[in-house]
Unconditional design. Structure first.
Length: 271
């Protein structure tokens, strides 16, 4: 009832999962990841305890294949389970129990595990792998969602669409640098959940990631006066008040010496 990709970034700094299904709120059940440890997707007749058990095994130093072996040997319903794991080194492992509903299967490669069940056919997994391999220049969240979209476009869940999710972790990547959650986005019930997930990822990048040097526009006296005027035209006392009201703190310098070019474009287009 689900297709997913579990992966580590090529630079070895991020781990993540992307998943879609004809199932309500698939993001609440399938994915789990911890920076510097690994990531897992548990699906089919999902055993949600696998998430915590697998991460504990990985944290204790087990490789993904060993962690998977331990999960399965302790579970008398292993034949109904489907699991994908990637460990701290990017070693992958995938399992599709023989009792999973057709079409069911998976594949692995350096740094990734792809798996699905109740799919339209093996072309779904093949399309996901091809998309993953073709997007090596992109950030992990983008590679994961590109693979998910490719699988969806190839047929995806044979029963239809309902939900999708992406989870990416990296040390210090969370809000304010205080946890490891770089992205944790869920579309729980939607006619086109993968497309909606990608739209949310665009917003996540705007609101919750820091500007690169190339995206920064220096605020001189002329621009500062313009920003103040445009902020007031939007009903705010001044530019700092507008930034706070619109939640653009990650895209504007604390001392207001620069702002992100996209934020400037948004302000200019709204006033």
């Amino acid at each position: 009832m689900t297709f997913s990709i579990v992966a580590r970034s090529d630079d070895g700094e991020s781990w993540g999962v992307a998943v879609a299904s004809k199932f309500l709120a698939v993001g609440s059940a399938v994915p789990a990841a911890v920076a510097g440890v690994g990531a897992i997707a548990t699906q089919a007749d999902a055993n949600v305890s696998y998430k915590f058990l697998a991460l504990a095994h990985l944290d204790d130093g087990a490789t993904a294949p060993i962690a998977l072996e331990r999960l399965l040997e302790e579970d008398d319903k292993r034949d109904h389970r489907q699991v994908g794991i990637v460990d701290v080194e990017g070693t992958p492992a995938t399992h599709t129990g023989p009792e999973c509903y057709a079409w069911a299967g998976g594949t692995t490669g350096p740094g990734y595990a792809i798996q699905g069940n109740i799919l339209t056919g093996p072309e779904v997994v093949a399309a996901m792998e091809a998309a993953w391999l073709a997007t090596a220049d992109q950030p992990l969240a983008r590679r994961l969602t590109s693979a998910l979209k490719a699988g969806d476009d190839a047929g995806g869940d044979s029963r239809g669409r309902q939900s999708a999710a992406v989870l990416v972790v990296k040390d210090g990547a969370g809000y304010g640098g205080l946890d490891d959650v770089a992205a944790d986005l869920r579309v729980d019930d939607h006619a086109d959940p993968v497309a909606e997930l990608i739209r949310l990822l665009d917003l996540n990048d705007l609101y919750l990631t820091a500007s690169t040097d190339a995206e920064k526009v220096a605020i001189d006296d002329t621009l500062r006066a313009e920003l103040q005027e445009r902020a007031r035209a939007n009903g705010r006392a001044d530019f700092p008040a507008w930034v706070g009201a619109e939640n653009y703190e990650m895209r504007v310098a604390e001392d207001f010496s620069w702002l992100d070019r996209r934020v400037l474009e948004i302000l200019r287009s709204s006033s």
